[in-house]
Design a protein around this ligand. Structure first.
Ligand code: NAD
Length: 426
């Protein structure tokens, strides 16, 4: 089949593209790279031996989506593209409603015009809200409690109305639980921008030295060890769930909802211990006060996916941690400093407490990739400066597309972050 994957350069998207290519499908990817790098697709191609056709398109631009569909003979769509940070969505609800809802409306309008009516949508366990009993079952009333979750719920409503109105549509709403891990090659993985919102990427960044310690929010919940329980799912299991859903849709019209989770809760401290085991050394953590809005525990009832799709998770928490760690260890700064991406680090950040030389030259293509690369380099340098004491971070513009990020003795930390405004403003 020829499958369009929106958000295909992102975390779950890139693993799914690989899984689809390995299953023999042709893949076309749309992404505006707002939270990802095209480097992920280059590495997917290296692993699968197949190149996905890539279009840097923003889904809020309907005409641009139309151009991708014109003459492309796309048969089905997997729709990952969207903004996903709960906290940011509370601060900037309009940004989330506009991006996620308008993007999806444009996509399905274009699909309809081009007679492509099979879609698998990335929904989330967050739609179950605060009041449902555990485990979550698909037939429960949904009701998200934050703007991000409401975009998922509203898109589910839009797609459900569409499926009810027009029997030519084949729609799968996949409610993901907590995806973690990476492809076992260590070549692709999750590459969060800024401070990670999720537990495992945070632990991984502590383990690799980019952050000082893990803050565990709440140690006094009514759970076996006092910390929150979540249903973690290996990203490769999740990727395979999409292929199973697509396969099902070929023989079934209408709207279908499935939980994609393991059916088990794992606590924050259990996950931390599993990650320590994968790393082979202690990872510092501290118990902090509870965070507003966190539920003590939830997990999926995944039995519908097993019954309908023949799909269930096969990878353990240990495998999630080992694979996640392999990716993080091999790519301490994510995709940003890959020579293939045109960003050549002259010196790797040093983990030594001694004053090691530290300098990264950032040269990249068009914005936003330059801005992303520069942000990563600055973030890594600040982490390094914090680790090493009092030195500052100096950013020097060498040419419109080349910057040097280095630690400096001559400038006090906290006052030395020089950024060229023209980069930020573009
Ligand atoms: N990772 C999770 O914990 C999780 C859990 C439940 C649901 N989901 C959902 O799964 C999907 C994929 O998540 P992910 O973790 O891979 O996130 P991600 O940020 O890595 O991937 C999303 C991709 O969408 C792209 N994108 C965003 N807005 C776009 C737009 N307007 N036009 C084109 N591209 C756009 C981003 O650049 C990014 O590459 C998202 O819809 C997310 O809400 C994720």
């Amino acid at each position: 089949m020829k499958i369009l994957v929106t958000g295909g350069t992102g975390y779950i998207g890139s693993h799914t593209v690989l899984s689809l290519q390995e299953a023999g499908h042709d893949v076309v990817v749309i992404d505006n790279l707002v939270n990802s790098s095209e480097e992920s697709l280059r590495r997917v191609a290296e692993l699968s031996g197949k190149t996905a056709e890539f279009h840097q398109v923003n889904l809020v631009d309907e005409a641009a989506i139309d151009k991708v569909f014109a003459g492309a003979a796309i048969e089905a769509v997997i729709h990952f593209a969207g903004l996903k940070a709960v906290g940011e969505s509370v601060r900037k609800p309009l940004k989330y409603y506009y991006n996620n809802l308008v993007g999806t409306l444009n996509l399905i309008r274009v699909m309809d015009r081009h007679d492509v009516r099979s879609i698998v949508f990335s929904s989330s366990a967050t739609v179950y809200g605060e009041h449902n009993p555990i485990p979550y079952v698909e037939k429960m009333e949904i009701g998200a409690n934050n703007p991000y979750g409401r975009t998922k719920e509203q898109i589910e409503d839009i797609l459900s109305d569409l499926g009810a109105a027009d029997p030519r549509w084949h729609i799968a709403l996949l409610r993901y639980f907590n995806p973690v891990g990476a492809h076992p090659s260590g070549r692709i993985g999750e590459d969060p921008q800024g401070i990670p919102n999720n537990l495992v990427p945070f632990i991984a960044q502590v383990a690799v030295g980019r952050r000082e310690k893990l803050m565990v929010f709440g140690g006094d919940y009514d759970t076996p060890d006092g910390t929150c329980l979540r249903d973690y799912i290996h990203v490769m299991d999740l990727a395979e769930g999409h292929a199973a859903a697509l396969h099902y849709l070929q023989g079934h019209d209408g709207v279908h909802r499935w939980n994609l989770g393991s059916g088990h809760g794992t606590s924050v401290l259990q996950m931390h211990a599993a990650f320590e085991k994968a790393v082979g050394s202690p990872i510092p953590y501290e118990i902090a006060p509870r965070r507003a809005g966190d539920l003590p525990a939830f997990w999926a009832d995944p039995s519908a996916a097993l019954a309908d799709l023949g799909w269930s998770t096969t990878r353990t928490v240990e495998a999630m941690c080992e694979d996640h760690w392999r990716w993080q260890k091999n790519n301490p700064l994510g995709y940003a400093h890959s020579p293939e991406a045109g960003e050549e680090p002259q010196a790797r950040p040093s983990m030594s407490p001694h004053l090691a030389p530290y300098r990264i030259d950032v040269t990249a293509g068009d914005p936003p990739s330059l801005e992303h690369a520069l942000n990563r380099a600055v973030e890594a340098a600040i982490a390094q400066a914090l680790m090493e004491g009092t030195r500052g971070v100096l950013v020097t513009r060498r040419s419109p597309r080349t910057y040097t990020v280095e630690l400096s003795r001559s400038v006090p930390f906290g006052t030395t972050l020089e950024r060229d405004e023209s980069v930020q403003g573009r």
